[in-house]
Design a protein around this ligand. Structure first.
Ligand code: SF4
Length: 67
């Protein structure tokens, strides 16, 4: 409900896809790469994953990891 008020309806599907890919690439369930996360400054869960930037960058998945 809150998200619906913040995001225009035509963007809902795009937002959903972005959230999925954010989880696949950066915010992994077992080991989030918080130190490399672009939304870390506004995330209430920041710090549950690796905070060291260099170590966190090694956790980030790229296109090559999904081929
Ligand atoms: S800062 Fe938040 S959104 Fe980003 S990786 Fe950590 S837990 Fe996930």
């Amino acid at each position: 409900m809150v998200v619906q008020q913040l995001i225009p309806q035509p963007e809902w599907t795009n937002l959903s896809q972005r959230m999925i890919w954010h989880g696949r690439r950066i915010c992994h369930a077992r080991k989030p790469a918080c130190g490399a996360c672009p939304v870390a400054k506004i995330c209430p869960s920041v710090g549950i994953g690796e905070m060291d930037k260099e170590k966190a960058l090694l956790l980030v998945k790229t296109d090559k990891d999904f081929r």
